[in-house]
Design a protein around this ligand. Structure first.
Ligand code: C2E
Ligand code: CA
Ligand code: CA
Ligand code: CA
Length: 269
């Protein structure tokens, strides 16, 4: 009985959030933070990942891990996803105009968006409206999206034709076969934080990271290691010639103004 009632209150909570999410865009409750990715050879910020946040009027900050799945199930991911993309492209263009070095922005795509019939056109329109050159946009997909290989292959080639790049997020956690690496026009692998976490102490994690780095090198893919929190993790990745890192050690996701103000100190870190 307890189980039943806690289940139903969970569902009620979700329905309430979904209802509120319908108004979140119009009420300007969504905003985007940006987390730097640092090239380990130069020490420079080469790109940022756009991460959406929801400031709920009563409940406060709600994590994207909670509301993105709700947006997916309700179809709201289509307008919300477009808003995130447009906001991110506009921001990076604005940084360019403010005189910061040109950097890429990585935007997360969700499964629902990849089945949006006009996704490619929508992205093309956003690039045109924001005047961001397509080489500065990277799209992040996950292995869980590789269910429909034919559809994805077509889709990703059309996106590549726009001039954007494609990264596989959370690489190695999807229990998927690696054969999609042959079919998909992929540019970058993001090593999931769960592998980085125990890189110093767990020989399996260490072996997996080594394997991913070596595979990426042979396939001529770029690599971003996610979730770097400790200096020891960084040292290991430098020694292993990992190209790029992202994590709290360098910076958490930041509001645009804080990223701009701290740009140089993040790089020198
Ligand atoms: P993700 O795409 O794997 O994003 C990385 C997550 O790791 C972010 O959490 C980021 O804040 C967090 N992170 C970064 N560095 C560190 C670190 O050093 N240590 C730890 N413990 N965490 C770190 P966040 O922002 O809460 O996002 C969670 C997930 O929600 C994302 O995982 C992504 O799947 C989804 N998400 C976030 N923003 C968007 C978006 O704009 N669109 C879509 N479709 N999904 C999004
Ligand atoms: Ca991501
Ligand atoms: Ca990730
Ligand atoms: Ca994730």
């Amino acid at each position: 009985l307890f189980y039943e009632s806690s289940m139903s209150s969970e569902i009620t909570e979700k329905l309430m959030l979904e209802n509120d999410l319908h108004h979140a865009l119009d009420n300007q409750e969504l905003f985007v933070e940006y987390q730097p990715q640092i090239n380990l050879q130069t020490g420079y910020i080469t790109s940022v990942e756009a991460l959406v946040r929801w400031r709920h009027p009563e409940k406060g900050l709600i994590s994207p891990g909670v509301f993105i799945p709700i947006a997916e199930e309700s179809g709201l991911i289509i307008p919300i996803g477009q808003w995130i993309l447009e906001t991110a492209c506009k921001q990076v263009k604005q940084w360019q105009r403010a005189g910061l070095p040109s950097i890429k922005v990585a935007v997360n795509l969700s499964l629902g968006q990849l089945f949006q019939y006009d996704l490619v056109r929508m992205i093309q329109d956003v690039l045109q409206r924001t005047e961001l050159e397509s080489q500065y946009l990277q799209l992040e997909i996950t292995e869980s999206m590789t269910i429909n290989i034919d559809h994805m292959t077509t889709m990703l080639h059309q996106l590549k034709d726009l001039g954007v790049t494609i990264a596989v997020d959370d690489f190695g956690t999807g229990y998927s076969s690696l054969s999609y690496l042959k079919d998909f026009p992929i540019d970058c692998l993001k090593i999931d934080r769960s592998f980085i976490h125990r890189i110093q102490t767990d020989s399996t994690d260490k072996a997996l990271v080594d394997m991913i780095l070596s595979m990426a090198k042979h396939l001529r893919l770029k690599v971003v290691a996610e979730g770097i929190e400790e200096v020891e993790q960084l040292s290991y990745l430098i020694a292993s010639h990992c190209e790029t890192v992202q994590g709290y050690l360098f910076s958490k996701p930041l509001l645009p103004i804080f990223l701009q103000e701290n740009y140089d100190s993040i790089q020198r870190n």
